[in-house]
Design a protein. Structure first.
Length: 69
C-alpha cells in the first residue's frame, strides 16, 4: 500500500475515533427537552398562543373563518 493511502487511512481512523468520543444523547431525551423548551418559552411572533390575541395583527377575528367578513 502506498504511503499516501496509508496516511489518508490514518487520518480517517483518527477522525472516526474523535467522533466515537463525542457525548451521546438518546432521541427520547432530546425530544423531551425540545418539547419542554417550546412549551415553557414564549414566542413573541406567536402571541395568541400565550394569551394575547388582541395584540396579534395576524390573528383571525372571531367574526368569521377567514377574518375578512
Amino acid at each position: 500500500m502506498s504511503d499516501v493511502r496509508y496516511q489518508k487511512l490514518l487520518r480517517q481512523n483518527e477522525a472516526l475515533r474523535e467522533l466515537l468520543d463525542l457525548p451521546r444523547l438518546a432521541v427520547s431525551e432530546a425530544s423531551r427537552s425540545l418539547i419542554e423548551f417550546t412549551t415553557q418559552t414564549s414566542d413573541p411572533l406567536v402571541p395568541s398562543v400565550w394569551g394575547q390575541p388582541a395584540s396579534d395583527p395576524f390573528a383571525v377575528s372571531s367574526g368569521s373563518c377567514c377574518g375578512f367578513l
